[in-house]
Design a protein around this ligand. Sequence first.
Ligand SMILES: Cc1cc2nc3c(=O)[nH]c(=O)nc-3n(C[C@H](O)[C@H](O)[C@H](O)COP(=O)(O)O)c2cc1C
Length: 379
Amino acid sequence: MNSRREFLSFLAASPLAFGADDVISDPKQALDIMDFEEAARRKIPIAHWAYMATGVDDDATLHANRDGLLRLKVRPRRLVDVSKVDSSVELFGTKWPSPVYISACGSQKAFHPDGELGTARAAKAKNAAQMLSTVSSTSVEDVAAALGRPPWYQMYAPRQWEGVEKMVARVEAAGCTVMFLTVDVNPGRNTETQRRLSKADTRNCTVCHGSGGPGSNSTRPMVAGINGGILGQAITWDFVDRLRKLTRMKLLIKGIETHEDAQLAVEHGVDGMVVSNHGGRAMDADRATIDVLPEVVEVVHGRVPVLVDGGFRRGSDVFKALALGATAVGIGRPYLWGLGAFGQPGVERVLDIFHAELLLTMRQCGTRSIAEITRAYVS
Ligand SMILES: Cc1cc2nc3c(=O)[nH]c(=O)nc-3n(C[C@H](O)[C@H](O)[C@H](O)COP(=O)(O)O)c2cc1C
């Protein structure tokens, strides 16, 4: 500490300066990702917070994702020249400075008035990949404009084939080249925590959501005009085959949790997959995604990229997934916390913290590139 200014900025970043209750009031004060959670909770209406925070049933899978990551440990190697470290990855012809991408989360205007546009502007500023949800509160066209490139698109399959064709044509016309088909919530789910917490919200939902209430198509521009709606229970691998033939976009499946399905996915010609349990929001007896990852990586055997998400909150978490063979790591709630607390600057800071922590972990472990992070670095 060699100047008064440095001392003051040290104090500003100190938990002591957060105020009596330790909640950050500026993204710069955040020391880690979790600092955004409480800041967001205080600003977001309780029913909307409930939608974000919930898992299903007892929220056991939600917690399992974290527990799995915390159980896994790294095996750092010493005395390696780590003065230059490069965390960039290439995915589908694009080079990204970090393997951390923004995974699809619906209805982002529920967390901040800027919604998906705030997220897109942050992703643009930090050159991060952004996946846009089918149930977004902003259209793919508007997000592409704010992002300065088309986003990755996440599809919830329309129930009628005509709707699938319409949705694919629209996102292709918007310039999207990568699409993720999410397959883990089609059977239905029980978001108990959401329903429990929402009881405390006494506002009249129809004032903002219209007569259809939350989830109605009037607030979901990508679902509006899709006859029959989305998320049928009859979807099978035949659907994947038809979709594969329909689109020139790269097609990935999001929500793989077994090596059997990973093998089927490759056989059905997909370009990649995400090991995901929807952030613990689909079923409540699932394994941590970090525990599923090795069996999927083994059976896929490098034929297509394997991505993973669920519970990633630290750069060291990301490092662990890379060591187990993931090509990239998705985040959900962390950037929603940043968005809900501070809008675009919050999302930017979340991405910055992940990046800084990953670089530090790479240095600590003596790995200078993503390629150098192998299984030998975890135990
Ligand atoms: C509020 C919220 C909304 C979500 N909406 C979608 C969605 O529309 N489509 C989808 O494929 N996944 C959705 N997800 C799952 C995320 O894409 C991702 O798989 C998950 O959040 C990762 O776990 P994490 O939140 O622990 O980082 C959502 C997650 C949250 C928290």
